[in-house]
Design a protein around this ligand. Structure first.
Ligand code: TRP
Length: 331
């Protein structure tokens, strides 16, 4: 049995890029036999951005509902809020004693902030709180608490997983092997990078996203804003560089995408028609998920029941890890 674990920050609205790049590959991975999957909303990590409390609470619930609605809602997936598994925070405190400061000095997010401070002639620690500096220790605790074998994360998070290996090794040297298994290979999300309205990577920071659960009319309006070249309908076009085709590949049915590709090559379709087709395909693909998302948000008791099950299960596993660690350490 493989234990898979990943966390996701409770950011605002999920967009198509989050779904195609991270959530859908995770749903597929979790559906494979022989796997137990833990997925948590990283609300403790989110505190570092000091969100307004009501906003954090709301985003956390919406993210949980989204994960369940996207298909992480069967009995081999355990969805939980990080803050509701107190053993994770306790394990963070224990791990701090086997994590060297030098390792944390090398973490990308911290280094980037220090470099920005240096460039601006400020104190190197300007704006650096301990939540940011010790972010990798909490992330190591997330992973090691569930004794995860497999941690699928995006390339931008790969260093954090490596940083989790270090305390696991240091713990084994100091207190013996067998308590904290080292997390193995990370499985990069197979979805790759989806392009946004302007053709760059779809990302909130570029303001070029199409929200996953927006109303169909709003999605259609955004699809109409996707940037294309100015070739006329009868001119041949290159399907491989067109953002619309990329979106169709990711969200349309394969036959429709194939047909559009053919018509691009022969010059028999205009961008306006492709946009209308894409909006329709998005609607067909996403409507069931959007309905489930809304139904879950409208039924707090159901959402709470799902969380209760996930949090009980995650709490038991993390609690067992904590007991083994504490015992090995002489507590
Ligand atoms: N750092 C991740 C992000 O910002 C979220 C995260 C927190 C995570 N802890 C984790 C991912 C443990 C994988 C494993 O997206």
């Amino acid at each position: 049995m493989t234990t898979t674990l990943t966390g996701i920050q409770p950011t605002g609205e999920l967009h198509l890029g989050n779904y195609a790049g991270a959530i859908r590959p995770l749903v597929r991975l979790a559906a494979r036999p022989g796997r137990d999957t833990y997925v948590f909303v990283a609300d403790l990590h989110a505190l570092n951005g000091r969100p307004e409390p009501g906003v954090l609470r709301d985003r956390t619930r919406r993210m949980v509902a989204a994960l369940l609605a996207c298909g992480l809602d069967h009995d081999r997936v355990h969805v939980y809020r990080q803050s509701r598994v107190p053993a994770v925070a306790q394990i963070t405190a224990l791990l701090a004693n086997v994590t060297s400061k030098g390792t944390l000095n090398r973490a990308h997010a911290y280094k980037a902030l220090v470099a920005a401070n240096a460039a601006a002639g400020r104190d190197p620690d300007h704006g650096v709180n301990m939540g940011l500096f010790s972010y990798p220790v909490l992330m190591a605790a997330d992973i090691l608490a569930m004794r995860a074998g497999e941690v699928p994360v995006g390339a931008d998070q790969a260093q954090h997983r490596e940083i989790a290996v270090e305390p696991a090794r240091a713990f084994a040297r100091a207190y013996g092997p067998g308590v904290l298994p080292e997390p193995q290979a990370i499985v990069p999300p197979a979805g790759g990078v989806l392009r946004g309205l302007d053709g760059r990577k779809m990302s909130k920071s570029y303001d070029n996203t199409i929200p996953l659960f927006a109303a169909p009319e709003r999605q259609a309006a955004l699809v109409r804003r996707v940037v294309t070249d100015s070739r006329r309908p009868e001119e041949p076009k290159d399907p491989d560089t067109c953002t619309l085709v990329a979106l169709l590949d990711a969200f349309g049915d394969p036959a429709a995408a194939r047909e559009v590709r053919d018509r691009y090559r022969t010059g028999g379709i205009g961008y306006g028609d492709v946009k209308a087709l894409l909006a329709g395909q998005l609607h067909a693909t996403l409507a069931p998920m959007r309905d489930r998302h809304e139904a879950l948000l409208a039924d707090p008791a159901r959402l709470d029941a799902a969380l209760e099950a996930g949090e009980r299960r995650a709490g038991e596993r993390a609690g067992e890890t904590l007991r083994r660690m504490a015992c090995a350490m002489g507590l």
